[in-house]
Design a protein. Structure first.
Length: 590
């Protein structure tokens, strides 16, 4: 293994993607921004190379140069080659032929990568027709086969649907199907599993691994998830401030890191099975949980249904019962569509149950007048998954945090300002952000603002919906350490909704596991996460990646054996598109 900033890569004629001395600068009104600083990297057929680092390190900028997608204010130096073609020397027509035929991209957020006003079938057939693969009915038939290949059920029906009608995991599979539709030499996967639940993430990784082996396609994997790196990568390059500071095999980099930045990244990764105290914090469940008072949240036999025109109601939550004691953190886990967020909204009084009762501190929203309801909501705080969407972009941070105090008539202007400053100190943000706007802060800083706002009225119950899912590992670690510190200080109860089992293992006193709107298992954190009784919980735990290659390899094999014993499919259909449709040679690539 080498620790380097821009050392060259080993020359090879079979490289499907290579960056040699890549240097990228952006001209802005504030001067030149040096985003990528002379890096060299290559990807070979059938190989997965992971490019890791925090936001702003230059990973995505590097990948965009391979498709010629950088904005006009970018100045690119060095050489980028895809399948032997120099990207910088291609005109617009050459770039169009390159994209899809030789290199394809799997973007981080499929909802923004797909056209919301076109059906899945139209989008897929458009790509096939533009590249001369198939036309008309044949293109739609090929789209159906591609969707079946990536494991989407009922593909004949799905091609008639729009992106918003699919789940997040299904949309990501559609993006992968689009990426492989022209049989590219290399796929660039930019955070392909961010915000997906663990079982869907494991399926997506199995799918990429299978397609890579079948098509001998090289993959450049861009991620900050070290568990994904351990599961997928052959080689790893670590980027920091536009430079590659370390590179080597996945075993060398993850098990024997040399550079301080790599070691810092790995230390920040929550590890399933290690429980509380991973980031220097400690928590004693028996001391912090109040078992004598009424629960902060009590859910009894709750049923929640959504009405559908011309169809029977959809039952999102079915006879669910659990409670959250004062001072306790309860992790609510399960796959997408299991009813986690629906229960969170019901706890806030935003959804009324069709049956059963939800009580907060012994009171129920049902039948309350507006004044009493407002008084009860004052005792609840909320942290949303996406701080960029939940913070008002037209208000400065000071007003964002003080808004709950204004709504509930707490204090005067001076006392509110003092409280905001104290909260900024508590969430480890400089007081200088008071007059800045949300877009001027990083993702981690915005999430800290969300936590501060949620604590403004000193709530007795906090509902946190996936608050760290899209954060870099080091930012996530600091937010989680801060969250633990604040929970110990304020002793609030918390319903923590998450698909990240390692984070739940770090924070929760008890865990509730949901599947299809029903509780399949609940109990103490150690019992549920280390000694699960139910097969579904075992499947969730088996799908959660860990940042150690050998252990992750064993976990993947155990997961496959478990799925086989349960009679489930391990991966998507193992169909080789080249075998089904004939290899696509250069003469058919347009």
């Amino acid at each position: 293994m080498t620790v380097t900033t821009d050392a060259g890569t080993t020359p090879s004629d079979d490289r499907v993607l290579s960056f040699e001395g890549l240097d990228v600068r952006f001209s802005t009104e504030f001067g030149s921004v040096h985003a990528v600083k002379g890096i060299s990297l290559d990807v070979r057929p059938g190989e997965v190379v992971a490019l890791v680092g925090e936001s702003g390190s230059g990973k995505s900028v590097t990948s965009m140069t391979a498709l010629g997608l950088l904005p006009k204010n970018a100045r690119v130096g060095g050489n980028v080659e895809v399948a032997g073609k120099s990207v910088g020397s291609l005109d617009s027509r050459g770039l169009r032929r390159l994209r899809g035929n030789d290199v394809a991209m799997v973007f981080q957020e499929p909802m923004t990568a797909l056209n919301p006003v076109l059906t899945i079938g139209l989008q897929m057939s458009e790509a096939l027709e533009l590249h001369g693969i198939a036309y008309g009915r044949a293109a739609l038939d090929r789209a159906v086969e591609l969707l079946r290949m990536v494991g989407i059920p009922e593909p004949e029906r799905r091609i008639k649907q729009y992106p918003h009608e699919l789940s997040g995991g299904q949309r990501q599979r559609v993006v992968i199907a689009l990426a492989i539709s022209c049989n590219p030499r290399v796929i660039i996967a930019d955070e392909p599993t961010t915000a997906l639940d663990v079982t869907v993430q494991a399926d997506i990784l199995d799918l990429l691994r299978s397609l890579k082996d079948q098509l001998d396609t090289g993959i450049l994997l861009i991620t900050h998830n070290m568990g994904v790196v351990a599961d997928m990568a052959d080689r790893v390059a670590v980027m920091f401030k536009g430079e590659i500071v370390e590179r080597g095999t996945v075993d060398e980099v993850l098990n024997r890191p040399q550079h301080p930045y790599t070691r810092r990244l790995l230390e920040a990764v929550p590890h399933l099975g290690r429980g509380p105290g991973q980031f220097g914090t400690s928590r004693h469940a028996a001391e912090s949980v109040d078992t004598t008072s009424a629960p902060a949240l009590e859910v009894k036999n709750v049923v929640i249904e959504y009405q559908r025109t011309g169809k029977p109601p959809f039952r999102a939550v079915d006879d669910v019962s659990f409670d959250v004691r004062q001072g306790e953190v309860v992790g609510l886990v399960g796959e997408s569509g299991s009813g986690k967020s629906t229960l969170g909204r019901a706890a806030l009084g935003l959804i009324e149950p069709a049956a059963g009762e939800i009580s907060l501190f012994g009171d129920r929203f049902t039948g309350m007048n507006a004044k009493a309801s407002k008084r009860l909501r004052r005792r609840i705080g909320v942290i949303f998954q996406d701080p960029a969407a939940s913070l008002n972009p037209r208000l400065p941070i000071g007003d964002v945090i003080s808004e709950p105090m204004i709504v509930h008539g707490v204090g005067d202007r001076r006392s509110r300002q003092k409280t905001v400053y104290e909260l900024l100190d508590a969430v480890h943000l400089p007081r200088s952000v008071f007059n800045r706007y949300p877009h001027e802060l990083s993702g981690g800083q915005r999430q800290r603002v969300s936590v501060a706002r949620a604590l403004t009225l000193e709530p007795e119950l906090l509902v946190a919906d996936e608050p760290t899912s899209a954060l870099d590992v080091s930012v996530q670690a600091s937010v989680l350490a801060m969250f633990t510190e604040l929970q110990e200080r304020y002793k609030f109860a918390c319903l923590f909704v998450s698909h990240d089992l390692a984070v739940v293992d770090l924070l929760a006193h008890r865990v509730v596991v949901l599947r299809d709107g029903k509780i399949v298992e609940q109990g103490d954190r150690e019992q549920v996460l280390q000694h699960p009784r139910e097969e579904y919980t075992q499947r969730l735990l088996a799908a959660a990646p860990v940042p150690e290659p050998g252990e992750q390899r064993r976990r993947r094999e155990e997961r496959h054996r478990l799925l086989e014993s349960l009679g489930d499919e391990v991966t998507a259909l193992q169909v080789d598109p080249a075998r089904e449709h004939g290899p696509l040679d250069d003469s058919t690539r347009e």
